[in-house]
Design a protein around this ligand. Sequence first.
Ligand SMILES: [Zn+2]
Length: 163
Amino acid sequence: MNEETKKHPISPMLSNITQQQVTILDQENTDGDGWDFYCNGQVTNAIVFEDEISAIVREVVYDYKVKIKVNEYEVSCSCSCDSDKVVCNHVVAVLYSWVYDQAEFTNVGDYINQLNKMDKKTLIDVMQRLLTDDPQNVKYFERHGDEIDEEFSNIEFDSLGFE
Ligand SMILES: [Zn+2]
């Protein structure tokens, strides 16, 4: 880890989530479906930034966007599937991915560090590519970077190892 990456450390709360906790969460909420999604390689585009992880979970027709974030006291999650369940199979699949393949998550902090060092011309070039690659990104200019209205619900882990 170089000096720059230390500026955006991954929250210990995230690192502390255990395989066992995710397995129990799976059994209690998705009856193994989350595990199947994970094993079938349906979790893609996994990223981590400080106290938040997010990923896309692919299903046959739709892609679902999952976010999981932690604060001092709790873990909360959101998923674009709008399931009635607090914890859906997509969230569980992403948590499996996190506890088993953490090293494969893209650390956004590394890119923030790169952005910090870029001159304006290079920065504009990056933004241009972001906007032309996915025009939906225009929303970040129109909404002043507000988060889109996402509902987060708390995850009740059986035993949180957080002091
Ligand atoms: Zn979902």
